[in-house]
Design a protein around this ligand. Structure first.
Ligand SMILES: C[S@@+](CC[C@H](N)C(=O)[O-])C[C@H]1O[C@@H](n2cnc3c(N)ncnc32)[C@H](O)[C@@H]1O
Length: 247
């Protein structure tokens, strides 16, 4: 059936997907390479998750699918021993999901946050020109308020430039680490520190992996994993993760 005939049929039948059909046509004209998702995704109606998105001002942004993926992955590590960590916190939206995931774990675990709270460090040549030093700054006080409900015992803040404060956790092992610093050097330093400290079955997720706006972060992972057994799984929504194997 021709596209025009499809359109007439949809109008005649008052098809609920008519507006979506028109949106796709408009999208194909405005941004030809853009690919839409079907709007019947059940998780789009998840009230708890939607409330979370509104709370962090992410409902109509472009990160909701990656936040959903992160929340789902934290469920995989409930039984994996070790604390959790995030390198690159911004307002604490992804840390919030990790802290929620930690509440499912049978044993108490602590979530460690690493950030300058002054924004990005200086990009290197491999990072391209998308980011600038100081982008995405959010004061520590705001993050503390956003994560207040988890209590002081469940969250530790390590303010400073990565990797300055990693050594304080050298004795720990981890079940889930989220790396989201957008740039080559802090991504490389984070991966180097955490990889050997992951428990078997633990997950390292990189929010920036595979984004053409973050070539340095992708390169840092690809270089480091060259001689490691774990494949990096690329998510369709952007980002990627690995599951640590036995040493
Ligand atoms: C994209 S934001 C993190 C977003 C957050 N994970 C989320 O999804 O809500 C990147 C963060 O990395 C931090 N950052 C970037 N480079 C850093 C470095 N070298 N040392 C410490 N923090 C850094 C920035 O301050 C910023 O908060």
């Amino acid at each position: 059936m021709s596209k025009l005939a499809t359109l007439f049929r949809m109008v005649r039948n008052r098809d609920p997907l008519l507006k979506f059909f028109l949106l796709r046509k408009l999208g194909a004209w405005l941004v030809p390479k853009y690919r839409f998702n079907w709007p019947q995704l059940a998780w789009w109606n998840d009230e708890v998750f939607n409330a979370y998105l509104w709370r962090f001002d992410e409902f109509d942004g472009c990160n909701s699918d990656r936040h959903w993926a992160l929340g789902q992955l934290t469920r995989l590590v409930a039984d994996v021993p070790g604390d959790t960590a995030e390198c690159g916190v911004f307002r604490g939206a992804s840390s919030y999901l990790i802290c929620r995931g930690n509440q499912l774990a049978p044993n108490r675990r602590i979530h460690h946050l690493f950030d300058s709270f002054e924004g990005l460090s200086k990009p290197s040549t491999v990072d391209g020109s998308f980011w600038s030093a100081g982008d995405l700054a959010c004061p520590l006080d705001v993050v503390k308020e956003n994560l207040q409900e988890f209590g002081e015992e469940a969250v530790r803040y390590h303010q400073g430039w990565i990797p300055e404060r990693f050594h304080e956790l050298s004795h720990l092992h981890f079940s889930f680490v989220h790396i989201d610093v957008d740039l080559y050097e802090p991504t490389r330093d984070s991966l180097e520190f955490f990889y050997s400290r992951m428990s078997e079955g633990g997950i390292i997720m990189c929010d920036d992996y595979g984004f053409t706006s973050c070539p340095g972060a992708t390169a840092a992972f690809d270089e480091y994993l060259t001689d490691k057994p774990e494949p990096m799984v690329v998510l369709p929504c952007g980002g990627g993760f690995l599951i640590k194997r036995a040493p």
